[in-house]
Design a protein around this ligand. Structure first.
Ligand code: GRF
Length: 203
């Protein structure tokens, strides 16, 4: 059983997938706190409906980004979380958070990193005309969308795909993959080796 803090900025569909996986017994975890970088994120509603405490920040909170991350890491530590899960969180995580949770901050990205990092991973892959894109779950580092990769799933881009149809498939893969990876972590099967590569113990 692991205690999670979840960082969001938007609709929170990945947060919902994690809430559902916990409720259905597919993920041995609890969500102790949801932090939103935006006060109007729909994910805050999802958290409230699930009875999860929330902390909503705004633009002003990030005027000093290090102070913001000090505040966030303090709240996560107070809530006694083991892992921090970024789920559509559109801010960098900086020193104070990374130091408080070394190798314990996880991010999901809607492309096969290191290809197509940044805020528009799906659209950028679609526009580039690649035939395979996908989803990456990785440990966060000081560099946005970088850090040791835990898991990836490929998603084929078909001739008749539109950006919208591709987005739908990518999101449904995200919603399956993220809880699965978190369950591997809950089972203690994920570690980072001496060379910084993630190893997953087979059962
Ligand atoms: C997801 O595609 C995630 O990979 C990306 O932002 C999106 C967030 O969606 N970083 P949601 O807020 O979880 O619905």
């Amino acid at each position: 059983m692991i205690r999670l803090g979840v960082l969001i900025s938007g609709s929170g569909s990945n947060l919902q997938a994690i809430i559902d996986a916990i409720a259905e017994g597919r993920l041995d975890a609890s969500i102790e706190l949801v932090v939103s970088s935006r006060p109007d994120a729909y994910g805050i509603e999802r958290a409230k409906q699930a009875g999860i405490p929330t902390l909503a920040l705004n633009k002003e909170s990030y005027a000093d980004p290090l102070a913001a991350d000090t505040l966030i890491s303090g709240e996560l530590e107070k809530a006694n979380v083991d892992y921090v899960v970024m789920a559509g969180y559109m801010r960098m995580v900086r020193g104070p958070l990374l130091q408080a949770f070394p190798d314990r901050i996880i991010n999901i990205h809607p492309a096969l990193l290191p290809s197509f990092p940044g805020a528009h991973g799906i659209a950028d892959a679609f526009a580039a005309g690649v035939k395979i894109t996908g989803v990456t779950v990785h440990l966060a580092s000081e560099i946005y969308d970088e850090g040791p990769i835990i898991a990836q799933r490929a998603v084929e881009i078909c001739e008749d795909d539109t950006l919208e149809s591709l987005e739908q498939r990518i999101h449904s893969v995200e919603h399956q993959l993220y809880p699965q990876v978190l369950q591997l972590i809950a089972q203690g099967r994920v570690r980072v080796d001496e060379s910084g590569v993630v190893r997953i113990r087979e059962d």
